[in-house]
Design a protein around this ligand. Sequence first.
Ligand code: OAD
Length: 302
Amino acid sequence: MVSRKALVSYGGEICLLYKSVPQRSYRKMDSHSKKIMVILTGAGISAESGLSTFRDSDGLWENHRVEEVATPEAYLKDPQLVWRFYSMRRIQASRATPNAAHLALAEFSYKQAENFEVYLISQNVDCLHQRADHYNRLEPINLHGSLHQSRCTGCETIYFDDYAYFDLDGNYAPGPTNLCDPIQRASMDYLHNYKLEYRNFLPLSPCCKESMRPHIVWFGEVPLYMDKIIPLLQKANIFVTIGTSGVVYPAAGFLELAQRNGAHTICINREPIPQNNYIDDFIQGSAGEKVPLFLETLKKLS
Ligand code: OAD
């Protein structure tokens, strides 16, 4: 048997994908049945698109205090600061383009649809997976929300493509100037289709005339779609994490849950993560290089 270390030194080739480690029994995968592959991505997959991660040096949490911009208390205390933080991130994300890892995942799920049922869960709010998905196949489950959406604090209605506050040059933008380049739009449904009203420089929801907030899961809030995610982890044959540090729960617990339920688990990351015991194959390196390689190997094995 090849050890995990050896796999890494072979440049992350998945030599063992369908061979089981003796102590554990994997859910049976006969070569003719369609495999269920569940993927979890984090900020590392977007790093090569030029977007900052959270915890690397010069990451977002090094430059901002979490409690000032990413908690419900922060929003109550200073909603303008919180809006500005997320608007600036929305601008950066809109200017970025999907990289080789995003594109390879989208292509794999489309071209390998006969052999694999692919489900993508993302902690990222940048929408680069959606923009890479030219085949409209992946439908990422965004468990931490989306930079391109905002919601009414009264009734929770979600509005799409939020350009209500700052335009893409970072200017305060109520009025006709908040239109963006059509290529950068994530949906055809625009908040600026409504005649918005503002209070203290903050956009009010068209439905309740209550303040709007970014549709982002903040610290202390419950992640979205857990009712969909848990059954996927329970039935996965293969579970892959890409570019996540494994420190924010519940996502950090997905490797353990998937492996305990019989999935073969793979981690692609630039550096080791704490869940070492729950990783069958660790592929060290950059997502832009390793993800296409991994998918290519998987394709050949199927
Ligand atoms: P982190 O910043 O915590 O971790 C990013 C991981 O990606 C690190 O382990 C890096 O080593 C790795 N990495 C960096 N560049 C990479 C590359 N090019 N290829 C592969 N790996 C690379 O980001 P997340 O794990 O996504 O939540 O953070 C989880 C959550 O914490 C976020 O969704 C966010 C944050 O607070 C909320 O805001 C609710």
